[in-house]
Design a protein around this ligand. Structure first.
Ligand code: NAD
Length: 360
């Protein structure tokens, strides 16, 4: 029996609708596995602007840092689009990721057999893929200095700098090897070592860290080849580890192999408190209609249990419950196809919560 305190950030748009379903499933897990989850409601983004006048009040950061994990819905919407950059909901999102010190972003891309037709790729290419992209989140070219737009000899120039310190590379690579050990023991490190010194530096560190993980089969590939291989033969990958900018692009590419944005979750970990959220936004176009797909949020709950609390069996129960409900033919409108049974957000949450009892 475990006891965890979870900061719950419903957020904007469809956030409250899908978070409610995530919590429903978590409560079912608590009941079935005899755990206690305590929830602390927090505000980030548009809802924080409405309540406190700013997207990330310090009071909310303090509350989150006292919890074991942050279960996050989504932020943003047209209501706040015209605010200055520093007041926008998305600034709250970047701010909280930074405040948590999460240096690793984990993005699984897994194909549900039942939804294989939702992908733009051929079924035989994507059937059975199960990839985890591990992206370095707090270093690299997005943060390196010098940066900016300067004038030099009457000519303007734009500049960003890709910088990695050894400790930054070591900790993300080590985490990726650890994750590979828990999976199929295969790791691919992606870089651009044929051109970039910083990539050669990254590659050398991977080779060094690998010595501690003799059971993991690993290789290096160049980022351009990685982009190509992901659509050519994605099944060759298990864990992919890479820097910030390459990871940004490849994680989007990998997740779209599966075809549906309403199904995918991500975790930002490495700091004291992990953050678990869907990859999609607040979907203002469908807010209040009751048709949002809650599965990405429910997957975020599974990631929180697995990577945040090390409750592997419980996480697996959620995964299997989702699988079962899809096999039974239930679909929210975004993943609906002929001959299937259309359900709304709440019904999908109820079905998955109920299925937990059937899969354990
Ligand atoms: P979006 O992901 O919110 O929506 C894109 C499309 O996917 C929309 O048609 C939407 O209806 C659909 N969609 C998304 N989630 C769905 C779900 N669970 N079920 C069914 N359909 C779903 O992206 P957007 O429209 O570009 O952005 C909307 C707002 O969300 C913006 O303010 C943006 O800044 C914000 N945003 C927030 C996050 C976040 O909180 N992490 C991420 C991306 C975008």
């Amino acid at each position: 029996m475990a006891n965890f305190k979870i900061a719950v950030m419903e957020g904007d748009g469809i956030g409250p609708e899908i978070v409610a379903e995530g919590l429903k499933v978590l409560e079912e897990i608590a009941l079935k596995f005899n755990h206690t989850f305590e929830y602390e409601k927090v505000y980030v983004g548009g809802c924080a602007i409405d309540k406190f006048g700013e997207p990330l009040p310090q009071s909310e950061v303090d509350k989150i840092l006292k919890c074991d994990a942050l279960f996050f819905g989504a932020v943003g919407g047209p209501k706040w689009d015209n605010l200055p950059q520093e007041k926008k909901p998305e600034t709250g999102l970047l701010g909280i990721r930074k405040a948590l010190g999460a240096f690793a972003n984990l993005r699984p891309a897994k194909v549900f057999d039942e939804l294989i037709d939702a992908s733009t790729l051929k079924p035989e290419v994507i059937k059975g893929i199960d990839i985890l992209v591990v992206r370095e989140l707090t270093g690299g070219i997005y943060f390196g200095k010098p940066k900016g737009i300067f004038e030099e000899n009457g000519e303007k120039k734009g500049l960003n700098t890709m910088v990695y310190y050894e400790y930054e590379v070591r900790r993300i690579v080590k985490l990726a090897f650890e994750l590979a050990m828990q999976r199929r023991k295969k790791l691919t490190s992606v870089d651009k070592a044929n051109v970039l010194d910083v990539s050669q530096f990254w590659r050398d560190i991977v080779n060094d860290v690998a010595k501690d993980y003799p059971d993991v089969e690993y290789n290096h590939i160049l980022v351009d080849n990685a982009a190509m291989q992901l659509v050519r033969d994605p099944k060759q990958f298990d864990v992919i580890v890479t820097g910030n900018i390459f990871g940004d692009i490849l994680s989007d590419e990998a997740s779209m192999l599966t075809g549906s944005i309403g199904m995918l979750a991500s975790a930002s970990v490495g700091g004291d408190v992990g953050m678990f959220e869907p990859i999609h936004g607040s979907a203002p176009d469908i807010v209040g209609l009751g048709i949002a797909n809650p599965i990405a949020q429910i997957e975020s709950a599974a990631m929180m249990l697995k990577y945040g609390f090390k409750l592997d069996k419980e996480a697996e129960a959620i995964e299997n419950a989702i699988d079962l409900v899809l096999k039974m033919g239930y679909r929210t409108p975004d993943i609906m196809s002929e001959g299937k049974k259309k359900v709304n957000t709440i019904q999908m949450g109820d079905l998955i919560a109920k299925a937990i009892g059937d899969v354990i």
